[in-house]
Design a protein around this ligand. Structure first.
Ligand SMILES: [Zn+2]
Length: 75
């Protein structure tokens, strides 16, 4: 299992997010999982391990750790 893919909005603290990715040519547009506005990421390739812990958005980090419901068919 791979971790979340992180995309950088700015180099400020807590401004690296993960969420839904849309690629428009060379531009990666991310809709953050924390509910913030979509933005064009500074990085084209996802970051799997942030260099500094404080780079990661706490809202997106919490969203990535939530257990997900899995629907299964009833027998
Ligand atoms: Zn976020």
């Amino acid at each position: 299992m791979t971790g979340p893919e992180w995309f950088v909005r700015s180099v400020r603290q807590h401004d690296t997010h993960h969420g839904t990715v849309q690629r428009c040519g060379d531009v990666v547009v991310l809709r953050p999982a924390c509910g913030g506005a979509s933005f064009a990421a500074l990085n084209r390739r996802p970051i799997h391990e942030c260099y500094y812990d404080e780079q990661r958005c706490p809202g997106c980090l919490a969203a990535s750790r939530k257990p997900r419901l899995v629907l299964v068919a009833a027998p």
